[in-house]
Ligand binder design. Structure first.
Ligand SMILES: [Zn+2]
Length: 351
């Protein structure tokens, strides 16, 4: 794992690299943010760099021979600290069999038990690193530790042996005890720029219009964007929304009820249909204003967009308002079947 493999998060990477460069590596970190941002990759790149025996091989080894341990930065040191990718330590880190990088495992789903924290961390911290200057514990899904477990861990974080670094990954740092939070360096992942996600998706073989659509729904999360772009069900929902928008004008009440019950029964994704409707209607507005197909998310469905562009802009804006209102209701738990059906009727009336 390399820092370059993580999409975006330049601030976090540079924080980690500077910590190594200036010998200011902390004993405990929390990397916080929803799944899809590459938190584990970041932790692994950090761990590998910390343990590399020939870091930045082009530079004088003496300057960075003891990363993180009482090291004064020297003027000739590089800005970007990176692992050599060749030494035994780097190879082992890549193969997940480095004895000084410990991944905390757990048997029960969604629970890292007190016993596991004790056996894998507390009881082993006093054992010196086997092959390196430092020993790194990676706790993925820190939110799986309950209060008691975190209190057990706290003792280690309060008085850590000089050579250990604990990296806790969590999708919600609010699940961590304040006493843990106050002793960790907290690194929050940040939304990634659309253009950066786009080049990532293109490298992954996603076609142009699909990439744009996925980015629109991913909120700056590259993993989520890739998931959406390669999810066949998302593509099916997208097609369904376009079909409904195309034929909506001639729908009778039975057809409207059918659509409502189909979307409502797709429990996890019903909001997705509404998001897609908004994206589609916005495309119609954009097309009406600039007639530039390249700016559309639904550019593959340009014929339907052209048809709908006959509707006045004020009406389309009103339709968007109706869908947004329904979306708000769904999010606060108003009965979905009713909300979706009412929404469809209101749209029908507005045309
Ligand atoms: Zn190396």
């Amino acid at each position: 794992m390399k820092f370059e493999d993580v999409i975006g998060q330049e601030a976090l990477k540079s924080h980690m690299q500077s910590a190594i460069r200036f010998g200011k590596v902390s004993h405990a970190y929390i990397i916080n943010g929803e799944a899809g941002y590459g938190k584990l990759k970041l932790a692994e790149a950090f761990a590998k760099t910390l343990l590399c025996s020939r870091m930045n091989p082009d530079y004088d080894e003496d300057q960075i021979a003891f990363p993180g341990l009482e090291l004064e930065a020297k003027p000739t040191m590089p800005d970007v600290i990176k692992p050599c990718e060749e030494c035994i330590s780097c190879t082992k880190a890549d193969h997940h069999n480095h004895p000084d990088i410990i991944y905390i495992s757990h048997e029960k789903p969604k629970l890292i038990s007190v016993k596991e924290i004790r056996e894998q961390i507390v009881d082993t911290v006093d054992i010196l690193p086997y092959e390196s200057k430092r020993k790194i514990y990676i706790i993925d899904h820190g939110e799986f530790m309950n209060e008691m477990g975190q209190n057990i861990l706290l003792k280690t974080i309060e008085e850590p042996p000089e050579y250990i670094t604990i990296i806790i990954l969590t999708n919600n740092k609010d699940t961590m005890l304040p006493t843990i939070l106050s002793r960790c360096v907290i690194l929050n992942v940040m939304p990634v720029e659309d253009s950066v996600i786009k080049s990532y998706l293109m490298r992954e073989g996603i076609v142009d219009y699909q990439a744009d659509m996925a980015i629109n729904f991913a909120g700056g999360n590259p993993g989520k964007a890739l998931l959406i772009a390669s999810d066949p069900e998302f593509q099916m929902r997208r097609k369904e929304v376009v079909d409904v928008m195309r034929d909506f004008g001639i729908f009778n009440s039975k057809q409207i009820s059918d659509v409502a019950s189909r979307w409502e029964s797709d429990k996890e994704n019903k909001e997705n249909y509404l998001d897609l409707m908004i994206a589609f209607l916005r495309d119609v507005l954009i097309y009406k204003n600039v007639e530039d197909e390249t700016r559309l998310h639904f550019r593959r469905e340009i014929s339907v967009i052209r048809e709908l562009s006959e509707i006045p802009s004020s009406t389309i804006s009103k339709m968007i308002d109706i869908v947004e209102e329904a979306l708000r209701k769904l999010r606060v738990g108003v009965t979905p079947s009713l909300t979706i059906e009412m929404m469809l009727y209101k749209i029908k009336e507005s045309i």
